[in-house]
Design a protein. Structure first.
Length: 394
């Protein structure tokens, strides 16, 4: 299993990789390729929670590129990931000579246009859930700002070139896409099945909560495409008395968001909280009046899945991954707003927030399960891949 990100209790991509690994280990022996600091976190967990199958941790580290901003950060991040995939390919081929794997799985970070190192192993490949196909709504592209538009242009150009050479797309036995937008972009001989990796969330027991607050939570990196500025714009039109938007996260968009707060005179209604530990963030989401997630292009956001699992009202754009997750939690309160021009979209987001604050749903006694089981779907994929490859010893 190739998992660039894999660690327990961190949320986001590390949680997806970790849950895929634990699902595989329910029935099979697993060799997992991941980064050194992630492997150490997994090793600590396995010491206390040994799964049925044997888990072998194989450390593959990417090169150190230092810190950069803007387009340089994007370019170096992609180069670092590509180099990791090259190293993972060499390690996987070496291991296969010794172990003779039945199935190979690339789980994180998986995009339809990125290199998939373990595809170099000549064994049945399970690919994904794969992302990378959601683009910003054109009417809201201006919300990205100059830097965000530049990054989007560079990323789109790289996608078009790199996706043509995807060996994984051509050869995979089973392909999972995170959403319909990405599924439409994948050209594969295998059937492409939508499986949002957000359904891998593992919250455990619900945090102890009091009645819902009038807080509106935004949770995510402060990057242009995450929609933090659009969330602040929406607060201009939220009319519920005492409602406060709290943004949890850090990133290069912080200054631009603060400029918007000052420009719209929202200092008393918007608070930038920075990063907090995951358990604290989950507690804030659990008791929030709403999670506001107006991301412009999102594949399968874990924060959205966490809110839906905890029954917290969700307000998002009807675009990309969040809408896919809503279908997995049909009984959880949610409002998906069709993207339009910025001001009209902000007004519609605000109206949905006001409706939820006015009729606050109760906090459920236990977490709400998605329609599909992430672990079961992964295990089924291994069986299908093994049949295609004529393999599987257990």
């Amino acid at each position: 299993m190739s998992a660039y990100a894999c660690a327990p209790d961190e949320g986001s991509e590390p949680e997806v990789g970790f849950q895929a690994m634990m699902a595989a280990a329910r029935c099979h022996d697993v060799w997992i390729l991941t980064q050194r600091h992630m492997a150490e976190r997994v090793r600590q967990h396995l010491t206390a929670h040994q799964p049925a199958g044997n888990v072998q941790l194989e450390v593959v580290d990417p090169p150190d590129t230092g810190r950069r901003d803007g387009v340089w950060e994007l370019a170096l991040t992609q180069w670092r990931h590509d180099q990791w995939q090259r190293r993972a390919a060499a390690r996987a081929v070496e291991l296969d000579r010794r172990v003779d794997f039945d199935v190979v799985h690339h789980v994180t970070l998986a995009a339809y246009w990125m290199r998939t190192g373990v595809a170099a192993v000549s064994k049945p490949l399970v690919w994904g859930p794969v992302g990378g196909g959601v683009e910003p709504p054109l009417r809201l592209a201006g919300e990205l700002g100059f830097k965000g538009l530049t990054e989007w242009s560079v990323r789109s150009s790289v996608r078009r070139i790199a996706s043509r050479a995807s060996k994984a797309a051509r050869d995979a036995a089973v392909v999972f896409a995170q959403n319909q937008a990405t599924a439409r972009r994948i050209r594969s001989r295998a059937d492409v099945v939508v499986l949002p990796n957000g359904i891998s969330v593992n919250i455990g027991a619900l945090p102890s909560v009091s009645p819902r607050s009038h807080e509106i939570v935004f949770a995510g990196r402060l990057a242009p495409w995450k929609g933090g500025l659009l969330a602040v714009r929406a607060m201009r039109y939220v009319s519920w008395p005492g409602a406060v938007l709290r943004l949890f996260g850090e990133g290069a968009e912080r200054r631009r968001i603060l400029d918007g707060v000052r420009r719209w005179n929202l200092q008393d209604r918007v608070s930038l909280e920075g990063r907090v530990p995951r358990h604290e963030l989950l507690a804030r989401i659990a008791r929030a009046g709403a999670l506001l997630h107006p991301s412009l292009h999102e594949e399968s956001p874990i924060a959205v899945a966490e809110a839906l699992a905890m029954g917290t009202p969700l307000v998002c754009l009807d675009h990309g991954g969040p809408a896919e997750l809503i279908r997995q939690w049909p009984t959880s309160p949610s409002a998906a707003i069709p993207p339009g021009w910025p001001d009209a979209t902000a007004r519609a987001l605000a109206a949905a927030v006001d409706r939820f604050l006015a009729a606050s749903p109760p906090v459920p006694p236990v977490c709400i399960a998605p329609k599909d089981s992430f672990g079961d779907r992964i295990l089924e994929a291994y069986e299908r891949a093994a049949v295609i490859g004529g393999r599987m010893r257990r």
